[in-house]
Write a protein that binds this ligand. Structure first.
Ligand code: GTP
Ligand code: MG
Length: 668
């Protein structure tokens, strides 16, 4: 990180440590994820060593590890301009930098949505997406895949001054003709463009989006902070409202004590944050910032506290949230206190209370989700391996019973048995042809399933919709085009559902048949549910409906480009649903087909082994006892493998359930 010589307030780090509960908790969470990943790798190593890791196992382990490594926690800051969003981010997360990292000043300061994150594959930098990209039909998410579209400025971590300078780019504006601004989707008048100067030119942000890549300890742990510009800039970048905010794990809404809850505050809240239900509102944290404005020297501390409490209560009432969700702070004094190591001031800023609440809610909730997902994935993986071991044990037990029955029998009996085993193996091998045929049908049906939820289907749907929008750029036409867009998506998932039912039926019948004919274990494949995607599409459609009217009424002249961008955002969210569905379907198909493949392979192998051992006994009868001892040994080894596997899984569950805040060294 920073060279200590460039850090201001270095001598007073004690006070910073005091208010670093959030940082400590977050680090503990990072440790926990690393430990969990290490445990999963141990299980992987064990499976490898035992030669139980086939391609399917590999893939499952990789998925679990990927999730643990990439796991992000997104915290978004939203408010009207100048409420102190950027200052609060500086104070909570970046105070030990010793300076004001993000630009924070009176008036409109942050001009574009700014993500702060750490991506170890790139050098520290600020990447800026030019506002001109608004003229193209692509979302910010898509532009993220094209490095050449971004202006990249390296960050010099050794100099606070140069860092602050580079980051000041998020405030850059420029003057352009009104017509151009409209084309980029900026609404007329006060809401979007500040019309200072000659009437035909207006000021607009230089950048559409900024990504700050910075190796801060919290960001390294997977924290992503989203700073947003105030005012209705939030309304003109549909991606923010439709995509970035819904994905955030926590949204902080900031008010200023000196302004109270203004009409525009309420508007931002209602449009973007209030949500439809009490549950959504419960997830919001409301900050009453700038309480230092109420620190009146002529009043007693008790009077001041009462005034702050009164304001917090009335804000809670106006927004319709429980008062416990409102936190009164002074971001500016909190930052100054941390930088200067002024403990009394830090306490007075009440920043530590907010940080305590943030870490107390956010991280445990996230841990719970990641922990239970990992645990259930590991269980499913262990079950699959156990099924295989179970089939092997059954085979061994059967062979044992057969051989034990041979004790003291004459050669004729053995010859007869040999014949029976040979017949059985041949019968099974003839059955293999049927299995190959089944595989072909299965592949055909799988392709049909992927066709329905394939990206090609969505792409042609989107093209159709774009044309329809262009042909009739009025409310009715737009609404109809969008309605058809969503209907077509629903039809895709309905068709996929029908296709999956067919596959499921076929496979269930197949498993039953194999179980009956060859005494294999009965297995009921899990069904594939498309409910999740329908829900996701429903939510998207609802969000679209909510924002449609707002946007439509807000802009007068720049409707068309804005609507086009709006649609592109909706389409890219829909693409994400398709992506997930494709991945899920792929995993499901493997889960459905995989066990049968393994069973068939395993059974075939056992038949071969059995034939082999009888053949050996037939040729030399003194091999019988030796062979029985061998099989006994194999049976014990299999049972030991199952026990070892259970121990591995239990060790992973132990880490999942580990109490919070345990240092990494203490338990390993
Ligand atoms: N007195 C006081 N001023 C504050 C406090 N927090 C922020 N400010 C000031 O308020 C002004 C606006 O702060 P910003 O952090 O730029 O606000 P913002 O919400 O990020 O605003 P935009 O980026 O324009 O959307 C700055 O001059 C800050 O110094 C506070 O707690 N007390
Ligand atoms: Mg700001």
């Amino acid at each position: 990180m920073l060279d200590s010589s460039s850090r201001v307030g270095e001598g007073n780090r004690g006070s910073i440590v005091q208010s670093r509960e959030l940082a400590a908790r977050f680090e503990a969470y990072g440790d926990w994820r690393r430990r969990l990943a290490a445990r999963v790798s141990e299980l992987h190593g064990w499976l490898d060593e035992q030669e139980l890791a086939d391609a399917q196992v590999e893939q499952r382990v990789q998925r679990i590890l990927d999730r643990l490594h990439q796991d992000k926690l997104v915290v978004a800051f939203v408010a009207e301009f100048s409420r102190g969003k950027s200052e609060l981010i500086n104070a909570i997360f970046f105070a030990d930098f010793g300076a004001r990292l993000l630009p924070s000043a009176a008036g409109r300061t942050t001009m574009c949505p700014t993500e702060l994150l750490h991506d170890p594959s790139r050098p520290p930098s600020i990447r800026l997406l030019p506002i001109e990209t608004r003229g193209k039909d692509a979302t910010v998410a898509e532009f993220k895949n094209y490095a050449e579209e971004w202006t990249t400025i390296a960050l010099d971590l050794a100099s606070a001054e140069r860092m602050t300078d580079a980051l000041s780019r998020v405030s850059q504006v420029k003057r352009v003709p009104v017509e151009l601004a409209r084309r980029y989707g900026f609404p007329d008048g006060d809401e979007g463009m500040s019309a200072a100067g000659p009437a035909e030119e207006v000021e607009i942000p230089c950048w559409r989006h900024a990504i700050i890549n910075f190796p801060h300890p919290l960001l390294k742990q997977g924290l992503v902070i989203l700073d947003t510009p105030g005012l209705n800039a939030i309304g003109t970048e549909p991606e923010l409202t439709l995509s970035l905010l819904p994905q955030a794990h926590a949204v902080l809404f900031i008010l200023a004590a000196d302004a109270g809850v203004t009409k525009t505050d309420l508007e931002v809240w209602r449009r973007h944050l209030a949500g439809e239900d009490a549950a959504t509102r419960r997830g919001r944290i409301v900050i009453l910032n700038k309480i230092d404005g109420l620190w009146d020297e002529l009043k007693t501390p008790a009077e001041i506290d009462a005034e702050i409490a009164r304001q917090a209560r009335s804000s809670a009432e106006l927004l319709g949230v429980p008062p416990e969700q409102v936190f009164a702070v002074s971001a500016q004094k909190g930052l100054a206190a941390k930088v200067n190591g002024d403990d009394p001031l830090l306490a007075r800023s009440r920043l530590p209370v907010l940080e305590g609440a943030l870490s107390g809610r956010l991280i445990p909730a996230k841990r719970e989700i990641v922990g239970s997902a990992t645990s259930s994935d590991v269980r499913a993986l262990a079950e699959a391996v156990k099924t295989l071991l179970g089939a092997r044990s059954t085979g061994v037990a059967e062979q044992l019973a057969e051989l034990k029955a041979l004790r003291g029998k004459n050669l004729d009996v053995v010859a007869h048995m040999l014949e029976r085993a040979r017949d059985e193996k041949e019968l099974f091998e003839r059955g293999l042809a049927r299995f190959t045929a089944l595989r072909n049908v299965f592949t055909g049906q799988t392709n049909a399933l992927f066709d329905r939820i394939g990206l090609e289907s969505l792409r042609s749907n989107a093209t159709r919709t774009r044309k329809a929008i262009e042909a009739s750029p009025f409310t009715r036409g737009l609404r109809q085009a969008m309605g058809e867009f969503f209907a077509s998506i629903r039809a895709d998932f309905d068709a996929a559902a029908r296709q999956s039912v067919e596959i499921h039926e076929m496979m269930r019948a197949m498993y039953a048949r194999y179980a009956q004919e060859h005494g294999l274990e009965t297995f009921v494949p899990p069904p594939f549910s498309v409910l999740k995607y329908h829900k996701e599409v429903e939510r998207l459609e609802r969000a679209y409906n909510e924002h449609f009217n707002t946007l439509w009424n807000m802009v007068s002249k720049a409707k068309f480009p804005l609507m086009r961008r709006f649609f592109e955002t909706v389409a890219s969210r829909a693409k994400r649903v398709y992506d997930v569905a494709n991945r899920d379907a792929d995993a499901w198909l493997r889960a459905v087909m995989g066990p049968l493949e393994t069973q068939v392979k395993e059974h075939h192998l056992q038949l071969k082994r059995r034939l082999d051992s009888i053949r050996r006994i037939h040729s030399a009868s003194d091999e019988l006892e030796e062979r029985i001892a061998e099989l006994d040994q194999q049976g014990h080894a299999l049972a030991a493998q199952v026990r070892a596997l259970e121990r591995e899984v239990a060790a992973i569950d132990d880490v999942v359930a580990m109490p919070d805040g345990l240092p990494l060294a203490a338990n390993s």
